[in-house]
Write a protein that binds this ligand. Structure first.
Ligand code: ZN
Length: 358
């Protein structure tokens, strides 16, 4: 089921317009700025991200796909390369070239896997071609190769270094916060949609030390962009469980191609479907529905969508279950969000899914 353009929604337009208003005021105050100077989005220019043309990137093997919709989340990685003490821009460029070579020549990918790379010296480089332009547009997302199951939805940031036991440098952290703030502003991403790679795939990435910082990162980003920085937490379901949560899980698995009867019973068929789904998304395959399974299974749903995930939403809200997200469902979602103290936008995102699960 294709996702829909969220940037076209009235609430997103409003949010961006408000953001533009803030920039207008600031720029006007500081620079006595012109209208032209105030139309720039929060931006790559302010962050000094070096584009692929400046660090000597090879052309991609084929043209990266650019989706006409914004990214929905941010996923943080570490490169698992040595913790270099060369903090120069030249080293950051060398790193960008070596990663691209590895991804193209060893992994066989068309281009660098991630959208952005952040060196230990705090230098940012564009990874996959067109990522900068997509970022500045606020409405486009470049299909990437950094997290199985999420490459059409999430911006990937590779942080140079290995952070299993080594602390994440302050310079690098400060720049990571800046980048995430700009991405959240540009795409309308909530700070709670900032994740680590291990939240989705069977990997230790981004290392225990960097992963442990993600709560702080969400809070520091929220301090700039607003909203609730509390990370989404999912229930752990297992074989033998019964009830509404299992029913929701079954709908979501069907959304991804399973053909389960919606009986609310976590029996052998559901366990097999969970394992198959985990295998297909690069998650840990254990047949239990925990963090990785939910993070991979939920999809933002809003007016105009249809399918099994919409059925799950409708069932939880007590509206007519027809699998079509129309005005009645949207109204019910807005009422639910209002009652739970969530952002009231009618979009069932990760936070709203989390609340629906109860
Ligand atoms: Zn990773």
């Amino acid at each position: 089921m294709p996702d829909r353009r969220r940037d076209a929604k009235p609430n997103e337009t409003t949010r961006r317009a408000l953001l533009g208003g803030t920039l207008l005021g600031t720029t006007g105050l500081l620079l006595g700025g012109t209208a032209a100077a105030t139309t720039s989005p929060p931006s790559t220019r302010a962050l000094s991200i070096a584009g692929t043309d400046s660090w000597g990137a090879r052309p991609p093997r084929s043209e990266p796909v650019v989706l006409a919709r914004p990214a929905r989340k941010i996923i943080v990685h570490h490169t698992a390369t040595p913790n270099s003490t060369d903090y120069s821009r030249a080293h950051a460029f060398e790193l960008a070239r070596s990663i691209q070579d590895y991804h193209m020549d060893h992994n066989g990918w068309i281009d660098t896997g991630q959208h952005f790379t952040l060196s230990r010296g705090g230098h940012l480089t564009e990874g996959r071609h067109h990522s900068l332009a997509a970022f500045d547009s606020g409405g486009n997302h470049v299909v990437s190769a950094h997290t199985s199951g999420q490459n059409r939805l999430a911006v990937g940031i590779e942080n140079e270094g290995t952070y299993n036991s080594v602390a994440f440098p302050g310079t690098q952290y400060d720049k990571l916060v800046e980048l995430c703030v700009a991405l959240c502003d540009s795409y309308g991403i909530e700070s709670y949609e900032i994740y680590g790679h291990r939240d989705f795939n069977a990997t230790g990435c981004p290392g225990d030390r960097l992963y442990a910082l993600l709560g702080q990162l969400r809070a520091d980003v929220a301090a700039s962009v607003g909203g609730d920085p509390t990370g989404v937490s999912w229930p752990l379901l297992r074989p033998g469980d019964e009830g509404e949560r299992v029913r929701t899980l079954q709908h979501l698995l069907n959304e991804h191609g399973a053909t389960l009867s919606i009986d609310g019973i976590y029996g052998p068929a559901t366990e097999t479907a969970v394992s198959d789904f985990q295998r297909s998304t690069g998650a840990i395959v254990d047949g239990l529905a925990g963090t990785q399974t939910w993070n991979q299974a939920v999809r933002d749903r809003e007016n105009g969508d249809s399918g099994p995930a919409v059925r799950a939403v409708q069932h939880r809200l007590g509206t007519t279950v027809d699998g079509i997200f129309g005005p009645v469902t949207e109204s019910a979602v807005r009422n639910f969000q209002d009652g739970r103290g969530l952002r009231v936008d009618g979009v069932v995102d990760a936070r709203t899914w989390d609340e629906l699960l109860g």
